[in-house]
Design a protein around this ligand. Structure first.
Ligand SMILES: CC(C)(COP(=O)(O)OP(=O)(O)OC[C@H]1O[C@@H](n2cnc3c(N)ncnc32)[C@H](O)[C@@H]1OP(=O)(O)O)[C@@H](O)C(=O)NCCC(=O)NCCS
Length: 281
């Protein structure tokens, strides 16, 4: 029988940080040097990417996180408030909201992946950005796929997009990925019958790609940013509302009011007898 490979005793392996009894070192810097000298966006960049950001990258990351922090009622805030209405601690409500961040809400990763693959393909295939944009939009149309990072069901034309683009251009961060995203928006007019606008998630995915963020890390930016406002929504739910969201004594009809779940809104099987042979008690 082969001899069992001798293993090292267990220890964590990380390039992020270490601590000893008297000090804490993050990506090589004493945390006390970072405290008071970095803002939270710059700290996030250092922890995530391992290096201090340039001034432009730090400001762009902060701008994206400010822009995406709060968005009134969307899936994350609505879910966080419903979870909080069950009477759970604040972090449980925040976690409930974060669970909605997926392919359709807060999807920084999907547009980032689309634009990064698009630029890589354009280089490999010797196509211009405009040609690749045209190809990607036509392909999505043919396959009846929706473009990640485009359209907004509440705004149609997302009011945040133009400002993010402006900030990205002023800071000199905007590059090939944003150019591809904008060219794809133009191409929607040719292939989708009407202009389908880039949303804030799409612009953020493009700008973060121009800053060198991998798609999963780009999604991390959204998660952290939205946590800021989920704390506010859960705290407000805990302190201003009555819990359960069904009380009939409130001025506004509550989302769990029985009026909103009347039998005529139900389209499952009709009422039926439980089979006698399945009865146990
Ligand atoms: C969020 C989303 C699910 C909303 O879809 P929706 O509720 O169907 O939106 P609307 O009803 O307003 O859609 C209107 C039209 O725009 C089209 N459309 C919507 N999103 C589109 C997209 N991303 N790409 C192409 N066309 C899109 C729809 O097909 C629809 O046309 P139709 O009525 O002919 O089918 C959809 O826009 C989407 O999947 N977007 C991509 C993911 C994304 O970026 N999410 C972040 C949102 S901030």
């Amino acid at each position: 029988m082969a001899e069992a490979k001798k293993k090292e005793p267990f220890h964590w392996r990380t390039s992020i940080a270490y601590k000893t009894r008297p000090k804490i070192v993050v990506r090589g810097f004493d945390v006390n040097d970072l405290t008071g000298n970095l803002d939270l966006g710059e700290m996030a960049y250092l922890v995530w990417r391992g290096e201090l950001p340039s001034e432009a990258h730090g400001r762009m990351l902060n701008a994206i996180m400010v822009c995406l922090a709060e968005h009134a009622f969307s899936p994350s805030s609505a879910a966080a408030r419903m979870v909080a209405s069950g009477g759970v601690p604040i972090h449980v409500g925040v976690a409930g909201g974060i669970l909605t961040i997926g392919d359709l809400h807060g999807t920084f990763d999907r547009p980032a992946a689309l634009f990064q693959t698009g630029i890589a393909r354009a280089k490999a295939e010797g196509r211009s950005i405009a040609e690749m944009a045209d190809h990607l939009v036509r392909e999505a149309r043919e396959k009846k796929q929706r473009l990640p990072g485009f359209h907004h069901p509440q705004h149609i034309r997302d009011p945040r997009s133009a400002r993010l683009i402006e900030v990205g251009q002023k800071l000199g961060v905007a590059g090939a990925h944003l150019a591809l995203a904008l060219a794809m928006e133009d191409a929607t007019e040719r292939h989708m019958g009407a202009r389908v606008w880039l949303n804030a998630v799409g612009v953020s995915g493009a700008l973060l790609s121009d800053m060198g963020f991998e798609p999963e890390l780009a999604k991390g930016v959204m998660l952290v940013s939205r946590c800021v406002s989920l704390v506010a929504h859960v705290y407000e739910e805990m302190t201003r509302e009555r819990g359960w969201r069904a009380s009939s004594g409130q001025d506004i009809t509550q989302p769990l009011d029985l009026e909103l779940q009347r039998p005529e809104f139900y389209d499952g099987p009709p009422d039926r007898p439980f089979p006698d042979e399945r009865r146990r008690l």
